[in-house]
Structures are given as C-alpha cells and as structure tokens.
Design a protein around this ligand. Sequence first.
Ligand code: ATP
Length: 387
Amino acid sequence: MRVVVEEVTKIFDGGVRALDGLSLDIADGEFFALLGPSGCGKTTLLRTIAGLETATGGRIRIGDRDVTELEPGRRDVAMVFQDYALFPHMTVVDNIAYPLRIKKVGRARRRAGAADTATELSLAGLLERRPAQLSGGQQQRVALARAMVAEPAVFLLDEPLSNLDARLRLEARTFLKKLQHDLGVTTIFVTHDQAEALALADRIAVMADGTIKQIGTPREVFQRPANVFVAGFIGSTPMNLLAGRCDGDGIDLGGVRLPVPAAAAGLVAAGDELIAGIRPEYFVEDGGGDRAGIEGRVSIVENLGTSSLVTLATAGPTVQVTMPEGREPVPGATLRVAPRPDRMLIYRAGDGELVDGDPGGGKPVGGKPVGGKPARGDHTGGGLSPL
Ligand code: ATP
C-alpha cells in the first residue's frame, strides 16, 4: 500500500524537534530506506508511521486511510525492531504466531500459519526452540516471520541487520531483498549504513536534523547528490569536496585548475565561490593528453581489495583517487589524473546546493512529496547512465 507522510512534525516533551515538517510519498510495493546520521529522526519517523509516537503536526496516510489518529494495532503495519524484541519464554512457533493470537485467531490455525511462514524463512526445523537457542541470523528471521504472519500492508524495519556480524549481515541483506521482492509489500527500513541503503532500497530518503536532504534512487543519490551534505554522506570512500572560485570557464582550486563541467556551464560566473565534488572512483589516469588534469605526488596507497585508494598531494588541495588493481602507484611517484567530466559535480559554497543544468538529474526535494509509482525493479530514474 502507498504510504504518504504530509508535513509531519514531532516535538518531544522538553522541546526536541525530531521531525520538522517532513513529507514523503512511498509507492505501493516500494522498498524505501530512511538513511541518515545518528539523531536525525529516522526512528522517530518510523515509530510515528507505526503509531508508537503521535505526530505533533501533519498527517499520515496508508492506502486510502488517514491513520494519523489511529492506534498502532489498527494501522495494518508490522514493525521489526533492532533488537528483534522476541519473547524469551516462548518457543519460535509461539513467537511467530503471537500477532495472530492478538487477532484472536484459533490455536490450530495460528500454529499452521506460523509454521507456513517459518518454512518460507527456513525456520521449519527450529519451531520448538526458544530464542536463546538460536543464532543471531535465526532470531532475525523469527522477528521477520512474526512481522509477516499477519500479512500486514506495510513492513517497518528499524535497523534490522545491525545486530548481525559482517558476513551474516551480507547474507541477511540478500535474503531480505529477495523476500521483499517476492512478497511485494511496501517496506520502510531505517539504517545509518549507506552501503546497506544503496544495496537494498528502490529509493532512499537521506535525512538530517528532522528534514529530508534528498530523495532518490540509489543511483541518483550516489551519482548526483543534491547538496554537499548528501555528497559527504553517501559513498564508501568519501567524495573529494574541493573549495575554489570560478574564473569563467574554470574553477581555481588554489594551485590547480579544473574546467567547469557542461552541466554547470552558464550557471556559474567568474568570482562565484564553488565546491567541486568528485568521487575517487570518477578519476581516470591521464597520461598528459589534452584533458585538463591534476598532477601530484602519491603520499599514501590504501589497499581496498580490487582497487586502491591513493592520496595525492597536489600543488593545491589533497585529492583521493581510486586506482584499479594492477595500476596502483608506489608512494612518492608522480601521478596525473583527470575527473570524468560527466561525473564532476559543482556545488555553491554558500548554500551547498548542486549547480545542475540537467533537469533529469535527481532533484533535491524541499518538503514536497515525490509523486509517481516507480516500476518494480526500475532503478534508472533521473535519466542517468548506469553506474
Ligand atoms: P539513531 O540512528 O541514533 O537511532 P535516529 O536518527 O533514529 O538516531 P531518533 O531516535 O529518531 O534518531 O531521534 C531524533 C531526535 O529526537 C534525537 O535528538 C533524540 O535525542 C530525540 N528523541 C528521540 N526520542 C526521544 C524522546 N522520547 N524524548 C525526547 N527526545 C527524544
């Protein structure tokens, strides 16, 4: 079911403004991530959608219903908590069947329903165990099964993978993505882990200070962050954010000059204070051809597995670039690199907003809902080329 959050504000007793006029429009069947740093309001938003917190202002709609005043049990949502919140004294089957018990489904039917859901989640052999006798991954699946058993219209997942170790987490991530795809149930999940959001979500809302800084597909927020905040937050290796001043058709970065990319041409003028945003992955090695490049001395080389992160001391700023396996330089070497012109972004130093002449380039959103139902599995929003 579609979930619409309209100008929702949440002010806690004591005056903390956890949500500040926040709006979202989540399509039926969408896998939607709320991503942001600690304290930005992710959990508060999820709990407000669930009805565990009351909005101070604004409306929440699920499907055709305005649920703003409804108690949690009548919203047709199921939530999976970070710590799973399983009942320790109950068996797996009784834990899973619990929502059916609340709905007063008879014992035989609820045990059968729980057993079916358990089988779907590969828990069939564990029905009579108690939570303490399960691994972390199994406990997580019991929590998911308990959320699924009553077939809610919306799943709300609060950091569902964060209690798992790194390897299990990757397995559980793949499992969760397949499960959500197979069930086709609208799912909103909270994470502070940008890699998790990029891997799982159809769309992501990047939050800060109770507001949304950008909504987009993983590709949009990765390739065209709408502002410096998102640019700095998304990406496993941080984006280079290089402050400089426009000199007409170039940006003077203090000792190094780069041409203004086509998407920003005509939108910036000499004297403008700008920030050039270039991901380490979007530099290419430049043998000194006609492409404007940056030359520097390699100071650090960090092994990332299939590539290396190279720190380059230039005549101007320090720049980080990734080099593919087999091409990594040695410390002390001279390296010349150039940004891919179609992947170099320009931000205004004042408000930190993207200077973007490409109208299909993943719009920032102020407070307005983003309309439209994305086609399932279609991640090619915004007219962008593949990663
Ligand atoms: P984290 O990733 O650390 O869980 P979050 O993004 O989920 O963070 P919230 O838990 O939603 O953030 O908190 C948002 C803000 O509201 C924080 O400043 C937090 O301290 C405050 N807050 C949360 N719950 C309450 C409460 N019950 N009373 C007062 N302030 C609260």
